[in-house]
Ligand binder design. Structure first.
Ligand code: C2E
Ligand code: MG
Ligand code: MG
Ligand code: MG
Length: 283
């Protein structure tokens, strides 16, 4: 009987594996069509000054309006886009769309803060990423200083000399760089130093435990102190409560991003916030 059971398990496993593979292939095809059919859109989440809520940045976050499944979150499709290489085309679309959005706001006389765009490691490995960033900046006419690229620690861990050079050239143009989800990867500080990084983004997993969790409080305080002594700016991600904000203010964290101030929002709503210029946190 053990043998029968073993075979049944194998069949089950085999069947589910096939189903999973099929689902993945379907998702990949849908992603490709989604690009052609213009099913992606960007939301923008404000980044504010901790002391007075002035909007100092907007992070562009992609959403996929799937014709059958509704809104699909990036956590569900970015990994597949990375594996299939589609992230290269999607990444270009994201940067171009974000730059155009800023330019179109500016054309109406609105003052805009910089826009931050997420970059996957795969985008850098696949092609002349830094060249295409420069091309999109030139094509859209955006001021390079209004663009920030959010890198992951894994990107810094592949320190290819040519690439470091490319980053420095973009920085010389005015483009800003930050490290996303800081503290969750394995980046060594010596790598951080070799790239023209301007800001560390403290990962939400540390912010979540503030102010009560002693480890999270210690890590957060240490990252802020380290950032300052390296001459870097620091922003806390995922700030949801007044108590978290108060802790971060006392710890001298300059910038805040999180639901407490605003969720990621569509362009028309962001425009309203930009007209106000700042967001008051709930008391
Ligand atoms: P991320 O870059 O770390 O972005 C922050 C995520 O945290 C966003 O999730 C945002 O909606 C969410 N968030 C912001 N404030 C809060 C808060 O107060 N509480 C909680 N619980 N969450 C908060 P989202 O939009 O679902 O994006 C998830 C991840 O997908 C991003 O993490 C990023 O790694 C990736 N992603 C999003 N858009 C793009 C893109 O255009 N290109 C690439 N390569 N990756 C992207
Ligand atoms: Mg990010
Ligand atoms: Mg992050
Ligand atoms: Mg992330």
């Amino acid at each position: 009987h053990a043998k029968d059971q073993g075979r049944n398990n194998w069949q089950l496993y085999n069947r589910s594996l096939t189903a999973e593979t099929m689902a993945r292939i379907r998702l990949e095809n849908d992603l490709r069509k989604g690009l052609e059919r213009d099913e992606f859109r960007l939301l923008y989440q404000p980044q504010v000054r901790a002391d007075d809520g002035t909007i100092v940045g907007l992070e562009a976050l992609i959403r996929w309006q799937h014709p059958e499944h509704g809104v699909v979150s990036p956590a569900q499709f970015i990994p597949v886009a990375e594996d299939s290489g589609l992230i290269v085309a999607i990444g270009d679309w994201v940067l171009r769309t974000a730059c155009r959005q800023l330019c179109s706001w500016q054309a109406t006389g609105l003052e805009t803060p910089r826009v931050a765009v997420n970059v996957s490691a795969r985008q850098l490995r696949a092609h002349d990423f830094l060249g295409s960033v420069a091309a999109i900046i030139a094509e859209t006419g955006i001021e390079p200083g209004q663009v920030e690229l959010e890198l992951t620690e894994s990107i810094l861990m592949e320190p290819e000399a040519r690439r470091i050079d490319g980053f420095h050239r973009l920085r010389a143009l005015g483009v800003h760089f930050s490290i996303d989800d800081f503290g969750t990867g394995y980046s060594s500080l010596s790598y951080v130093k070799r790239f023209p990084i301007g800001m560390l983004k403290i990962d939400q997993s540390f912010v979540r435990g503030l102010p009560g969790n002693a480890d999270d409080a210690g890590i957060t305080t240490a990252i802020i102190a380290m950032a300052h002594s390296l001459g870097l700016e620091v922003i806390a991600e995922g700030v949801e409560t007044r108590a978290q904000l108060d802790f971060l203010r006392r710890a001298n964290c300059q910038k805040i991003q999180g639901y407490l101030f605003s969720r990621p929002r569509p362009p028309d709503e962001v425009e309203q916030l930009l007209r106000q210029g700042s967001i008051r946190p709930p008391p």
